[in-house]
Structures are given as C-alpha cells and as structure tokens.
Write a protein that binds this ligand. Structure first.
Ligand SMILES: Nc1nc2c(ncn2[C@@H]2O[C@H](COP(=O)(O)OP(=O)(O)OP(=O)(O)O)[C@@H](O)[C@H]2O)c(=O)[nH]1
Ligand SMILES: [Mg+2]
Length: 306
C-alpha cells in the first residue's frame, strides 16, 4: 500500500508578525560566529565564553564564565526546574526578557560551548521563548572524551530546547577531505549560521508558534541541501535528499520537515514538492518556506525532524 501523503503547509513569512529574536553564541564556535557576523537580522546578540580575548572582539552582550564552573552548573540542574538554578542562567534569563525566539549556537564536545548552550536553553525555557539550538558534533578524529561530552550535552539539550539541529563537523570533511582545519571551522560556522539566517529572514511569529506546536514530537533535526538545474527539478531534488548521507532517509522515516525553497516555483509547485517529499519519505508533516527566486533552477535546504 502506498504511504499516506501529507498535505504540506506553506509558511506565511514575517511581513505582519516579526518576532523579537536573540542569538546566543556559546564557546569558541558560537563566539566566532558572532565575531564573523555570520548571522543577520536578530535583535540581540549575547556571547558566553571563558576566553577574555574573544570577548574583547565582540560588540554584543557578554557573559564571561569559568570553564569548570559552567559544567558544574549545567550538570547539577534538576530536570524541569522552573526558576534559574545558578547565576549564569539568571543573567541569561534577564537578557531574554521580551524575546520571542532564541537561537543558540555552538560546538558540542568542549566546555563553554556545549554546557553554555545547555544553560542558554534553560534560560530560554524559563522565559518561555521558543528555542532553536544549532550545534556541531565534533570531528570523529577528535576522539573519545569529546564525543562522550558531546553526547551528555546533547541529551540535556534534547530535554530542553524546542528545535535541536545537530550538524556533524565530519560533513565538511566528506565534501572536502583535504581542507585545512581552520578553513573547515570557517565553513562549518557558515553552515551552522545558515538555518538561523533562513528562519530569521523568512519566518514570522505565527510560523514559529505553529512549528513549535507541530514539531514537538521530533526530538532531533538534521540538515542537508539539494540543488538541481535541469528538468524535473522537484523529483530530482527529493531523490537527492532521499539519498543524503546526513539525513539517512533510507534507514529512518522522518517525522517532520521544513523545506526552505529557492527557485521559480509557484504555489502549486510548492505543494507538489511537499507532496512528493511526503510520498517518497513517508514524512507526515511537511512545512514549506519560499526563500528566494531562481538563482539555481531549484535549491532546497531541508531541516528534517526525527
Ligand atoms: N565551526 C567551528 N568549530 C570549532 C571551532 N573551534 C573549535 N571547533 C569545534 O567545536 C568543538 C568545540 O570547541 P569550541 O567551539 O572551541 O567550544 P569550547 O566549549 O570553547 O571548547 P574548548 O575550546 O575545548 O574549551 C571542537 O571539538 C571542534 O570540533 C570554530 O571556531 N568553529
Ligand atoms: Mg575553543
């Protein structure tokens, strides 16, 4: 029997209802993203770091923390506690007053990045902001203890944030195996910034409220991009997403999908794209945001929930 095909939802955009947004950059990765100005369109920027040197280069709000202290704070919070359990959480929560959506960016596996993200997520939940956390997973070659710490941080984030998007650093090495490490970090910074920029520039408050509600069953998200510049672009792009090593849709059925679409597609074509994706992957909740006209015939950035 063919799978049920879900009716896709076209997101409305931010014309009437722009949310108030904060970007919290955590640790080396998160602060570098802030320094490089990779993300645009947020109202407030906040940096969490243990390195005074990095903080000097930043024009945003800053919270200087102690490396060991932040781990202790992040791991000693009781699940579900509704008030701030430590100074950093309280300070962050104060800065998130009046914010609708908080983006939390960093690299898992270290201290200030991963644990800072956990405290930022807690502060967002105390303030009842929608939280969107975009983090990298360490390179496989970085080894065991980083991987274990990344896992522990991931678990805490999964319990706390609304949308947790994890992007493996290995993705960059798979695309460009000989890239020097500093360049790989830079590329990763813009990969991590991409979904934040797409959401900031293309979704409104109502869209985000809808996504928070509808995506509540997805515990983790993955991302990949597919492009096609010849005929049958809709089908070709869906096929590419289906075969993506980073989405692994051949081994697991996605619960939800946000497809950010750049291309010359009219309303009916967008619906066709959503239905094709649903039919081919079994995904029962598909949201579509049109983010630009035709640079390529069709380019889709897919954020997929499991
Ligand atoms: N994209 C990106 N990744 C980085 C950068 N620096 C380190 N990483 C990666 O992110 C992980 C966490 O490192 P940081 O972002 O520096 O986080 P941190 O909490 O400050 O960690 P430590 O420096 O180890 O204390 C590392 O294991 C690397 O895989 C960076 O500037 N950009
Ligand atoms: Mg670092």
């Amino acid at each position: 029997m063919p799978p049920d095909i879900a009716e896709p939802v076209i997101l409305q955009g931010s014309e009437d209802s722009k949310p108030r947004t904060a970007l919290i950059g955590c640790g080396g990765t998160g602060c570098n993203i802030l320094v490089e100005g990779e993300v645009n369109g947020h109202d407030t920027g906040i940096a969490i770091s243990s390195e005074p040197e990095i903080m000097k280069a930043l024009q945003t709000d800053k919270i200087l923390v102690d490396v060991r202290g932040i781990e202790k704070d992040a791991t000693s919070v009781k699940r579900g506690a509704r008030v701030a359990s430590n100074e950093t959480e309280a300070e962050l929560a104060k800065k998130l007053d009046n914010i609708d959506v908080t983006f939390i960016l960093g690299g898992l596996g270290g201290y200030t990045g991963g644990w800072g993200a956990v405290l930022a997520a807690r502060a967002a939940s105390i303030e009842k902001c929608i939280s969107i956390c975009i983090v990298s997973e360490p390179f496989s070659v970085e080894g065991g203890s980083r991987k274990d710490r990344a896992k522990a941080q991931f678990k805490r984030l999964m319990d706390t944030v609304d949308i947790l998007l994890v992007i493996p650093n290995d993705m960059i090495l798979a695309e460009a195996p000989n890239i020097p490490i500093n360049q790989a970090f830079r590329v990763m910074n813009s990969v991590l910034a991409l979904p934040a920029n797409l959401i900031l520039q293309n979704l409104g408050k109502d869209d985000l409220r809808l996504l928070k509600k509808e995506l509540a069953n997805s515990s983790v998200f993955a991302m990949d991009i597919a492009e096609w510049d010849k005929d049958n672009a809709v089908f070709a792009v869906v096929e590419k997403l289906k075969k993506s090593d980073w989405l692994m849709l051949e081994d697991r059925e996605p619960a939800s999908a946000i497809l950010f679409v750049e291309g010359h597609l009219l309303y009916d074509d967008l619906i066709d794209l959503g239905k094709t994706f649903s039919r081919e992957t079994g995904c029962q909740k598909v949201f579509i945001a049109k983010v630009g006209e035709r640079k390529y015939e069709l380019k889709v950035t897919a954020v997929i929930g499991f």
